[in-house]
Design a protein around this ligand. Structure first.
Ligand code: SF4
Length: 888
């Protein structure tokens, strides 16, 4: 600690801090227009100058470190005169109108506090106002050249959009296009708007609806990164969202979805009253009618078909509390273990592989390890588009010197930053990862002591892996052996090495085994249980980790406890017997429906028709059911075609609860606005339906916090996480008592929670989706930055202007051969169906491979995708479908 004197008072402060940081922490306000705590000190505006004893000239507080015994004055008359002169010079170039219109802007506040309003003499010519971006207005007549936009785009987002053009008086800040933001490489994250201290860069929503009157901290409802945000509302309407500065994951940053894509809440086609389908048409009904009708429908099916004939799908969009109740409802109201969620179609293979090999089916490390890793391995994930805040943090880490290995068939954005990019043929992850393991062992790069102390099966694995030399899999995978060895050396030698993986690894017939191969690499190299390492699935949807962890899984209860292990605990607390029959997962429910044995489904926040693979089979399965309850904000494709009852649900802005992000962090979701129309929180609907089915006494919750407290009682690993404890920051489980700090890194003492971790010998089983003369291309499906999953939410926002429709990415060589032009429509046909969509010529895909998104019902890409499934957990093979292309 240092002892310093500031404005005559003594303070003990921690070493290594800037003067400005300490002043702010003491509540001493010193203006600093070019300063943002998220950025490196810049010392450009020179407003933060302070007088330090022993120095003849004032020091800039933002970039000067405090030292022992410093004596500082912050507001002498000379310093204040200096600030007034500087501000006056800025004011002369600044228009007066915004000062009054947006009084809270940092620069406007300063102008007023120094009494300089009358000095604002209007703008110099600074080019036209840029309204090309759907969310951001640029009016450079209000630019004061603090360069915060330029710096935040570089230092936080890593996009380098804003640039300084010209010199001296002719200096201007413009996008990299030199013209408009729309034509630039801008990704609409809004970081520049957030840091801009004037009105030069502003959210259009604020300009049109006015500045927020109140802010509420909550958690993003899109991907599993778990960014925290401040949602600004005027009266009862959301008008803006900004990043929460203190957020542990997002650290004051958001992507375009979290920052701007909230207008779906007010979409004209949002359904906010319950409806029943009568004679083929939807009719609005009261909640009482809807609940009674639903209860009768489910009861009827139960009477005729028994508990095996109905099922419930929880939702990655719903809170932990709601998913907990969904599975409790299935188990004690319907008496069935037929309960699942969309983890089935994405990361169920990760959970299974991690549980099998390491004892816990979740990420071993935290996003904070990104900055600690010397090497980052990304396998089958595209973080800059699908987990953009993670992507931005990885990019920054690499720009600071971390090594990067990317395994992805496509030239994704991060591949441009990679030391090694391995681009395997879709479906060849297992041989490729085995070959990396071979190179590690053969070149003696493995961690002998880690293997000896913590693993089993080492001798057998050595034998097994001999038959996987990179040189013999190179042709199969389409990757040079040299590059495989290079990746192996980096991952094994430049430690700690952290891996992230996504659906490019899991959504294959060998998805679970692919993840096991990745775990093998971590075990071989000792990249587990330490900072900057680990195996980390990037969970797709905001609460998909939570939905499965809460027990929306036929084989496990809350906390991923198996039915057998948890039976006593749950029966004691629920005061009801648990069903004993094995449950069906989502894919099993579809199969059973086709067989006539499954008749009733309650789908909460999940458009299975649009998102399940092989949509023709899903259609047939849904058509064979008698009673389908859809609980959603919109009449999704499942509801439109097959729904019997529609129960209107709230958005996450209209309710309280918690989400669980991809690093096991439980974070608060807070109500910002009242529910629209008659919509209700999922938990309230579940409780009402339980009541109507005669089990209301087991669902008597007054609030999400009460539900969470019950969750804590059944799930020991979360028992220390209380609502008051996560008021400010979330906590990562395991957190076993109220004084436990939560767990950032798993397996620090042993590589498996209960015993030694066993290296697995994974043989390669090729997919049955093969290329032939009739189906010569391999189609990979996935998401994009601007649209999210089924597109239900993002398509109803201005993100639709940024990416209006699904398209088929094709290599320039294939496009030339097929004489296709950008934008031309084609029909792609697989063995399972066909779809019509426009072509986008892209160097990111290789010849013979294609990439398409599945966001829009107009294209309905899942009519093409394959019925193949992972051998362990039935996750579908979305990432490899053989297709042909026809010009339309
Ligand atoms: Fe939301 Fe994910 Fe974007 Fe963060 S990265 S703002 S959680 S969509």
């Amino acid at each position: 600690m240092f002892r310093v004197t500031i404005n005559g008072a003594s303070h003990d402060v921690e070493e290594g801090q800037t003067i400005l940081k300490v002043l702010h922490s003491l509540g001493i306000e010193v203006p600093a227009l070019c300063h943002d705590a998220r950025l490196k000190p810049f010392a450009g505006c020179r407003l933060c100058v302070v007088q330090v004893e022993g120095h003849t000239r004032p020091l800039t507080a933002c970039d000067s470190l405090l030292t022992q015994g410093m004596v500082i004055q912050t507001h002498t008359p000379e310093l204040e005169d200096w600030r007034r002169i500087l501000l006056k010079l800025l004011a002369r170039e600044y228009p007066s109108e915004p000062i009054h219109r947006f009084p809270e802007k940092e620069f406007h506040r300063l102008i007023r506090s120094y009494g300089l309003e009358k000095e604002c003499l209007g703008a110099t010519s600074a080019g036209p106002v840029d309204i090309s971006n759907p969310y951001i207005r640029g009016d450079m007549s209000q630019c004061i050249y603090c360069y915060r936009c330029v710096r935040i785009c570089e230092e936080v987002q890593g996009q380098f959009v804003w640039q300084i053009w010209n010199r001296g008086d002719a200096t201007r800040i413009r996008p990299d296009s030199g013209t408009t933001l729309r034509e630039s490489s801008c990704v609409s994250c809004g970081a520049c708007v957030d840091t801009c201290p004037t009105g030069a860069l502003e959210d259009k929503s604020v300009l049109s609806m006015g500045a927020p009157e109140r802010w509420t901290k909550t958690t993003c409802a899109y991907c599993g990164t778990g960014c925290e945000m401040e949602v600004g509302a005027r009266e009862d309407r959301i008008v803006a969202i900004k990043p929460a500065l203190e957020a542990p994951v997002s650290r004051g940053h958001l992507c375009v979805k979290g920052r701007y894509a909230f207008e779906y809440v007010y979409a004209g086609d949002r359904v906010t009253h319950p409806m029943i389908r009568k004679n083929g048409d939807w009719s609005p009904v009261t909640w009482d009618e809807a609940i009674t009708f639903t209860a009768e429908g489910l009861r009827r099916i139960l009477e005729r078909g028994g508990p095996g004939s109905v099922g419930v799908l929880g939702s990655a969009r719903a809170t932990n509390e709601e998913n907990y109740l969904a599975q409790k409802f299935a188990r004690i109201v319907l008496g069935t273990n037929n309960v699942d969620c969309c983890a089935r179609v994405c990361h169920a293979p990760s959970a299974a592989a991690l549980k099998l090999m390491l004892g816990t089916g979740a990420a071993t490390n935290s996003f904070d390890d990104i900055e600690l890793a010397r090497t980052i391995l990304i396998c089958g994930a595209n973080p800059t588009e699908n987990h953009p805040i993670v992507g931005a943090r990885i990019k920054q880490a690499v720009l600071r010197g971390a090594r990067l290995i990317v395994i992805d068939p496509r030239q994704i954005e991060l591949a441009n930053y990679a030391d090694v990019h391995l681009s395997p043929r879709p479906g060849t992850n297992v041989p490729l990862l085995n070959a990396i393991a071979h190179a590690i062992v053969q070149e003696k790069l493995h961690d002998e002591s880690f293997l000896k102390e913590r693993c089993s099966g080492w001798r057998e694995f050595q034998e097994f892996i001999k038959s996987w030399p990179p040189e013999s899999v190179a042709a199969l995978c389409g990757v040079e052996a040299r590059k495989i060895r290079e990746a192996a050396r980096l991952y094994a030698a430049e430690k700690p090495a952290m891996s992230f993986h996504g659906l490019g690894l899991t959504e294959h017939t060998q998805g679970t085994e692919g993840v096991m191969c990745l775990v093998n690499l971590a075990l071989l190299t000792g990249n587990l249980g330490r900072p900057g390492a680990g195996i980390n699935p990037l969970r797709g949807q905001n609460n998909v980790q939570g939905a499965a962890q809460m027990g929306c899984d036929p084989d496990s209860l809350t906390g991923a406890i198996s039915l057998n292990d948890g039976r006593n605990i749950f029966e004691n607390i629920w005061r009801q017997p648990l069903p004993t029959a094995k449950g069906l997962n989502l894919m099993g429910m579809m199969d059973a429906s086709l067989d006539g044995a499954f008749k009733g489904l309650w789908a909460i926040g999940y458009d299975i028709l649009l998102t399940n693979p092989n949509a023709s089979a899903t259609e047939q399965a849904l058509r064979s059911m008698e009673f389908i309850v859809v609980q959603d904000m919109f009449l999704n494709e499942t509801a439109k075609k097959f729904g019997t009852v529609f129960l209107p649900a709230c958005s996450s802005f209209e309710k309280d609860g918690t989400f669980m992000n991809a690093e096991r962090r439980i974070q608060r979701v807070r109500k910002v606005i009242e529910p629209r129309g008659e919509s209700k929180s999922d938990w309230e609907i579940i409780c009402r339906l339980a009541g109507a089915m005669g089990k209301g006494e087991f669902f008597t919750y007054g609030s999400p916090e009460e539900i969470w407290n019950e969750i804590r009682s059944v799930w020991k690993a979360a028992s220390g996480i209380t609502y008051p404890r996560i008021q400010r920051d979330g906590l990562q489980w395991p957190c076993i008592s109220e004084d436990h700090p939560g767990t950032k890194i798993l397996l620090t003492e042993k590589p498996r929670v209960d015993k030694r971790a066993e290296l697995r010998r994974i043989e390669y089983r090729p997919s049955t989706e093969t290329i032939t003369k009739d189906y010569p291309y391999l189609l990979i499906t996935g998401r994009t930055l601007y649209q999210f999953n089924a597109g239900t939410m993002t398509i109803r926002t201005k993100n639709a202007e940024l990416r209006p429709q699904d398209c088929l990415d094709i290599s320039p060589a294939d496009a030339e051969r097929l004489q296709l032009r950008d934008g031309e429509r084609v029909r792609i046909r697989s063995r399972h169906g066909s779809a019509n969509l426009p072509v986008k010529i892209s160097r990111a895909v290789k010849p013979g491979e294609l990439f398409a998104t599945f966001h829009t019902p107009e294209i309905f890409l899942n009519f093409i995708t394959s019925p193949e499934r992972d051998g362990y957990v039935s996750a579908p093979e979305y990432k490899r479908t053989a297709v042909q292309i026809e010009k339309t």
